[in-house]
Design a protein around this ligand. Structure first.
Ligand code: ZN
Length: 193
C-alpha cells in the first residue's frame, strides 16, 4: 500500500518507501495520564499494557531495519558515535507514516461480517499514534517523532483490511522524502516567496 494522498512533493522529490514494520502483540494507546499525588509524579493509566506494547514496537522496528537506540556517552552515541540531534537511521528528513493497528475483535462482534472498532475498549486512534511514534523514536529508526510530517492511521479487526494482521498487532510503513535533501527544500521554498 502507498500513501493515498501524499503532500505534493516539489519537482525532483518523491516519497520513497523506507521500511515496513510488522508488530505482534496487543495494541495499547498512550495518552491518558493519572497523577499519583503531590510529589509522586504521574504515570500512564494503562502502563501495564502500554509498556509491553511499546517494547514490541521498538524490537520489531530494530529487527526490520537494524537500527539501534541512542545510549549517551558524553554527548555522542556509545554504539555509533553520532551526536544525539543527528541520531536515527532516518534522521532530520521529512517522514510520512502509514499505520494500521489490528485490535482484538470482541466475541460479541459479528463473526462473518466486517465491523469497526468503535468502542472505548479499542482505544482512541490518536493514542495509538502516540504510542507508535514514540516507540519509533526510542527504537532509533527515526531521530524524533517531530520529523513526521504526514500521518495516516486506522484501527481494524483481524483480517478485515488489506493491512490488517490475522492476530492483534500493527503494520507501520514509513516513507522518507528523497531527491532533494531537507536543506535544498528549505532554500527552494524561501526563494519562492
Ligand atoms: Zn548510535
Amino acid at each position: 500500500m502507498t500513501l493515498t494522498a501524499p503532500d505534493p512533493a516539489i519537482p525532483g522529490t518523491t516519497w520513497q518507501h523506507a521500511t515496513t514494520i510488522v508488530v505482534r502483540g496487543e495494541p495499547a494507546g498512550q495518552g491518558a495520564i493519572s497523577f499519583l499525588g503531590k510529589g509522586r509524579g504521574a504515570k500512564h493509566t494503562n502502563e501495564k499494557t502500554l509498556k509491553p506494547w511499546r517494547r514490541a514496537i521498538v524490537l520489531a522496528a530494530r529487527d526490520a531495519t537494524g537500527a539501534h537506540g541512542y545510549t549517551d556517552w558524553g554527548g555522542i552515541c556509545l554504539t555509533c558515535r553520532i551526536k544525539k540531534d543527528q541520531h536515527g537511521l532516518y534522521a532530520n528528513v521529512p517522514t510520512a507514516a502509514d499505520i494500521a493497528v489490528t485490535v482484538p475483535k470482541p466475541k460479541t462482534a459479528p463473526k462473518r461480517k466486517r465491523s469497526w472498532p468503535i468502542t472505548r475498549y479499542s482505544h482512541d486512534i490518536d493514542h495509538h499514534a502516540r504510542a507508535c511514534l514514540d516507540a519509533l523514536s526510542e527504537s532509533g529508526v527515526i531521530r524524533d517523532d517531530s520529523q513526521i510530517t504526514e500521518l495516516a492511521i486506522r484501527k481494524v479487526y483481524p483480517n478485515e483490511h488489506h493491512d490488517a494482521l490475522s492476530t492483534p498487532g500493527a503494520v507501520i510503513r514509513l516513507y522518507t522524502l528523497t531527491g532533494a535533501d531537507t536543506m535544498t527544500t528549505t532554500t527552494v521554498t524561501r526563494s519562492d516567496r
